[in-house]
Design a protein around this ligand. Structure first.
Ligand SMILES: *Cc1c(COP(=O)(O)O)cnc(C)c1O
Length: 367
């Protein structure tokens, strides 16, 4: 028998679910509106298209008729792994490809945490880590980071986590961690140190040299931000072959589809194109920063493709967020964390988009 909502009476799916899953709130991604006309500055997507060579590689993979889609993809994403190894001066055994870097983060949590092996992260940083740890029944040790991006490196090494996520540059602060700090943590932290370099192409951050010294370091990279491929879901991990082999045992056997593998490999070959894209985004970021600061906003120095910016009082982040939304401009507000509550996180779009944003934001803050 069913009640009015169509559920069988007396049936409680939550009671049947694993304890970790039943008690875990879902990750809240930024809004993806389905109607047109929005200026989307809320999920750090790239305003420019992927390189022509990437589009060509996807077309080639698809062919005239799409016949290749009948066949399963390379289980190990071999061409992509070889391209990533070449790109970073490593071997394919150092690379694991993921269905977005979120897939890789999930594999890391499953492989290296459980109810007696806690995870750790800087707080605030990427909130997905907390969700993944919770789903796996692992505790999360949070090391506080202040608005300038400062934190106690010894607190990281000594936090008791088995798996620590160090986001560099930090999201949502945008601040980069000096290489010497990353090295010092890698040397002292006894577990797996994940350096999440989702935004590294926009900064000078690069922990790859540390891989030669520290077998406990894993670097994660994504094609979603700097490579304009958020819609295809491609990312990878770099690490010691023993660590990569463990992750390989946890992943789905066909975790990346054919088009994603082809696009990722081609993107790593289009260095000049992406150097231009990254430079344009950095320029638009710095111009937007200057313009907001000139009107009294507090804008943190960013090494990423977004800025964290607080409007001058009496304007509030919530007020400006709502005013922008009424003009179909989406940014992100994280009101529940005291460090981020006064700020808005604004993804960097094209120069024209940023002019439209800044004009609207300055007006909204002046009311
Ligand atoms: C965007 C982001 C990711 C996720 O990248 P995908 O490859 O799209 O899954 C991972 N880590 C951080 C810090 C991010 O901001």
């Amino acid at each position: 028998m069913n009640d009015t909502s169509g559920h069988a009476l007396g049936f409680d799916a939550g009671a049947l679910a694993s304890a970790a899953i039943a008690s875990q709130p879902a990750y809240a991604p930024g809004e993806q509106p389905s109607d047109g006309g929005w200026l989307k500055l809320n999920t750090n997507e790239n305003p420019f298209p992927p390189a022509p060579a990437v589009v060509e590689a996807v077309r080639r993979e698809l062919g005239e008729t799409g016949a290749s889609l009948r066949l399963y993809p390379s289980p190990g994403s071999n061409a992509l792994r070889e391209a990533a190894a070449r790109f970073h001066g490593l071997t394919p055994g150092n690379v694991l490809a993921g269905n977005g870097s979120d897939d890789v983060l999930n594999l890391l949590v499953r492989a290296f945490s459980d109810s007696s092996k806690p995870c750790g992260m800087l707080d605030p940083s990427y909130s997905l880590y907390t969700v993944l740890a919770g789903l796996n029944g692992a505790r999360m040790m949070a090391v506080p980071v202040d608005i300038e991006g400062r934190f106690d490196a010894d607190a990281v090494s000594g936090c008791g986590a088995n798996l620590f996520f160090l986001t560099n540059p930090n999201a949502p602060l945008g601040v980069a961690i000096p290489q010497e700090t990353v090295r010092a943590i890698a040397a002292r932290f006894p577990g797996i140190l994940v350096v999440d370099e989702a935004y590294a192409p926009f900064s000078g951050a690069d922990a790859v040299p540390l891989l030669r010294e520290f077998p406990n370091v894993v670097i994660t990279r994504t094609f979603s931000k700097a490579y304009s491929l958020a819609g295809l879901r491609v990312g990878y991990a770099l690490g010691a072959p023993e660590v990569i082999a463990l992750l390989d045992r946890v992943r789905d056997s066909y975790n990346l589809d054919r088009l994603a593998q082809a696009a990722g490999a081609a993107a790593l070959g289009a260095r000049d194109y992406y150097a231009g894209v990254i430079e344009a985004i950095r320029l638009a970021r710095d111009q937007t920063t200057d313009r907001l600061r000139a009107s009294g906003w507090r804008v943190l120095p960013s090494q990423a493709n977004f800025i964290l910016a607080a409007p001058p009082p009496p304007a509030t982040a919530a007020g400006v967020f709502a005013a922008l939304k009424s003009r179909k401009i989406l940014v992100r507000h994280f009101p529940r964390h005291p460090v981020t509550a006064p700020f808005l996180r604004i993804s960097i779009g094209s120069p024209e988009e940023m002019r439209r944003f800044a004009t609207a934001a300055l007006e909204a803050a002046a009311i």
